[in-house]
Design a protein around this ligand. Structure first.
Ligand SMILES: NC(=O)c1ccc[n+]([C@@H]2O[C@H](COP(=O)([O-])OP(=O)(O)OC[C@H]3O[C@@H](n4cnc5c(N)ncnc54)[C@H](OP(=O)(O)O)[C@@H]3O)[C@@H](O)[C@H]2O)c1
Length: 184
């Protein structure tokens, strides 16, 4: 694949939380208004979603996604787990091995791979330097507590700001390239 990349994407509050303790999701529906912000059309959203070749997620995120209603259609999804999970969805497979082996395999098949959470898997991807890009969608809210997006990664990562978009509902999207660590 030409220039395959792994993008970590999550929606978070300004204070960095991706989930509330009670799992209430109403904070993800912005009621704010920002008149200088842009608004995506349905066609743009469809084009964007169709550009994603494969999703990767942790088992907890997968279980929540099943409860909330599957939004990934027939796009291939790899669920990272150490358990022997089963599914009737032909697009879903489970993986419990070395993450760098998984990333090499996925990059040989797909070009636009989205790692969509949660915090545990994000930490593993960043600690092992497996992410090429981070897309951070900030909601106009402070949650005060909950599950952190970046849960004490334990190492410094240099980033390059590639893009910013402010939306008319007060959401701000930051896109960063993760500068790869130099081999010793
Ligand atoms: N705001 C957002 O955009 C967003 C996005 C995604 C998720 N979320 C929320 O975040 C929460 C889930 O996040 P989380 O951090 O608790 O869990 P998670 O990262 O989704 O999943 C953690 C689980 O994934 C498996 N796993 C992770 N790393 C692994 C590795 N290296 N090798 C093998 N298995 C691995 C383990 O599953 P097993 O126990 O099965 O082995 C682990 O218990 C949910 O509330 C979800 O709704 C929010």
């Amino acid at each position: 694949m030409a220039n395959p990349k792994i993008t970590i994407h999550m929606v978070a509050s300004l204070d960095g939380f991706i989930a509330k303790d009670d799992n209430d999701l109403s904070w993800m529906q912005s009621t704010d208004a920002y008149e200088k912000g842009t608004q995506l059309t349905e066609d743009q959203i469809t084009e964007f979603v169709n550009s994603i070749d494969c999703y990767v997620m942790g088992a907890t995120t997968y279980e929540h996604a099943l409860q909330l209603g599957w939004v990934y259609g027939d796009t291939p999804v790899v669920v990272v787990t150490n358990r022997d999970l089963e599914t009737e969805k032909p697009s879903v497979r489970f993986y419990g091995g070395d993450l760098s082996v998984l990333v090499t395999e996925l990059k040989s098949k797909y070009s636009n791979i989205w790692m969509v959470g949660g915090a545990v898997l994000t930490k593993a991807f960043l600690q092992q330097d497996l992410a090429d890009e981070i897309v951070y969608t900030i909601m106009p809210v402070l949650l005060g507590k909950g599950l952190l997006f970046f849960d004490f990664i334990g190492k410094e990562k240099r980033l390059h700001l590639k893009d910013t978009t402010a939306y008319n509902d007060g959401m701000v999207e930051l896109t960063y390239e993760v500068i790869k660590e130099q081999p010793l």
